[in-house]
Design a protein around this ligand. Structure first.
Ligand code: HEM
Length: 406
């Protein structure tokens, strides 16, 4: 294909507020479109559901950045990030991926996660106790953000009081290339994160607890099942992956309901619809948007389009999740939708490890907020909601009002 790549215009507020009209246009124009995504990343965007599903389990598409011909991808990265990227499971292929994933998969099984329900409910209630009397809140800063950060901190065994620290630095990292492209800022953030994570590991070595991080330190020190770099990368991945997207699910889900009053009424009248509603928020406007990056290990043909070796392939999960060939009336938010096998958590060997946890947090947070905040409404016009630009989509803040209560 010789046409010019299409720029995903993150500087355009209309696109940032709602990227789906452009996603739709790209999907209608072809199954594979060349785009320039966040961070000036040139990629081949896979736009349709069946092709995206197949691409996510295609072993010729690697998760390892070293398979990318765009050497900038690696060269541009600060050293600490390079080490981390090259050593974490999200960016590894088998057999390393299999080994790394196995080390932590036990902590995220459906049964283990279900056992966390009472604790997540308590944390949710505490946050709502604090904000309920005021009658107004920013549901991102006061609710959607602190909940997953606390849950993942407790699971890993990270002191919850440290959370502002890593939140601040990860926040800088996810904005890079969009609002804060300054390499010095990014480098500084990585160095802080690395120092922070290394310090945590040191503490767990000195004083192991009954937590995931202590378990990983044991796997490293006593069983040599992962290297020191891999240990650092794993902790950083779990800390970052464990909350950013979930904040977006909770904030984005509540935003979707407040802008679709019919769906909000329906959910209030029948809370049993909640699990299906969470799936629908993930399909309708998934936090990983437009999708998931891979690198072509060899020339590959996707839907009849030849993608050259080394190319970055952006598997458009959020684009495919509105493919009318898979989802009837795809632009409609419908919390009663059936057969909703969306790709928001990916597919195949990298399928989101935290999916059961994210679903549970989403259900508890959204369900409890609706129950405890009567008259919940946006305090800004829908078009004034401030969406975060870049590949991790969600509202930056969500000012709301409600009937003050206890
Ligand atoms: C992988 C999305 C929450 C941990 C992924 C992938 C996606 C995703 C799309 C696949 C990436 C790929 O194929 O390259 C989401 C969304 C979430 C969420 C939308 C919330 C709504 C979580 C949580 C955790 C987590 C709560 C908890 C620790 C991970 C990890 C991986 C992953 C470790 C890498 C798995 C692997 O490479 O095998 N996530 N995630 N995620 N996610 Fe999540």
């Amino acid at each position: 294909m010789s046409e010019q790549p299409v720029l995903l215009p993150y500087a355009d507020p209309a696109f940032v507020a709602d990227p789906h009209p452009l996603y739709r246009q790209l999907r209608e124009e072809g199954p594979v479109r060349r785009v320039v995504a966040a961070g000036a990343l040139e990629a081949w965007l896979v736009t349709r559901y069946d092709d995206a599903l197949a691409a996510l389990s295609d072993a010729r598409l690697s998760s390892d950045v070293r398979d990318a011909s765009d050497a900038r991808l690696l060269r541009q990265l600060p050293e600490a990030e390079r080490e981390s990227l090259l050593s974490n499971m999200l960016r590894s292929d088998p057999p390393d991926h299999t080994r790394l994933r196995r080390l932590v998969s036990q902590a995220f099984t459906a049964r283990r996660v279900a056992a966390m329900r009472p604790r997540i409910q308590t944390l949710t209630d505490r946050l709502l106790d604090a904000l309920a009397p005021a009658g107004r809140a920013d549901l991102v800063a006061d609710f959607a953000l602190p909940l997953p950060v606390t849950v993942i901190s407790e699971l890993l065994g990270v002191p919850v009081d440290d959370r502002h620290d890593f939140q601040h630095w990860t926040d800088r990292l996810i904005r890079r290339g969009v609002r804060a492209p300054d390499p010095a800022v990014v480098d500084e953030a990585w160095r802080h994160m690395r120092a922070y994570v290394t310090g945590l590991i040191r503490e767990k070595r000195a004083e192991p607890g009954d937590d995931l991080l202590s378990g990983l330190v044991t796997a490293r020190d006593e069983e040599q099942r992962l290297s020191e770099d891999e240990l650092v990368a794993m902790v950083f991945l779990l800390l970052a992956a464990g909350y950013i997207t979930t904040v977006n699910l909770i904030g984005g889900g509540i935003a979707a309901l407040l802008t679709h009053p019919g769906q909000l009424d329906l959910l209030r009248s029948d809370p049993a619809l909640l699990p299906g509603a969470v799936e629908e928020f993930l399909r309708y406007d998934g936090p990983v948007s437009p999708g998931i990056a891979r690198f072509a290990r060899e020339d590959v043909e996707i839907a009849g389009v030849r993608v050259p070796r080394g190319a970055t392939v952006l598997i458009g999960s959020a684009v495919a999740d509105r493919d009318p060939a898979r989802f009837p009336d795809p632009d409609r938010l419908d919390i009663t939708r059936r057969d909703n096998a969306h790709l928001a958590f990916g597919h195949g060997i990298h399928y989101c490890l935290g999916a059961p946890l994210a679903r549970l947090e989403g259900e508890i947070a959204i369900g409890t907020a609706l129950r405890r905040l009567p008259g919940l409404a946006l305090a800004v016009r829908p078009e004034e909601i401030d969406w975060r630009p870049g590949g991790l989509r969600g509202p930056e803040s969500l000012p709301v009002t409600f009937v003050p209560g206890g």
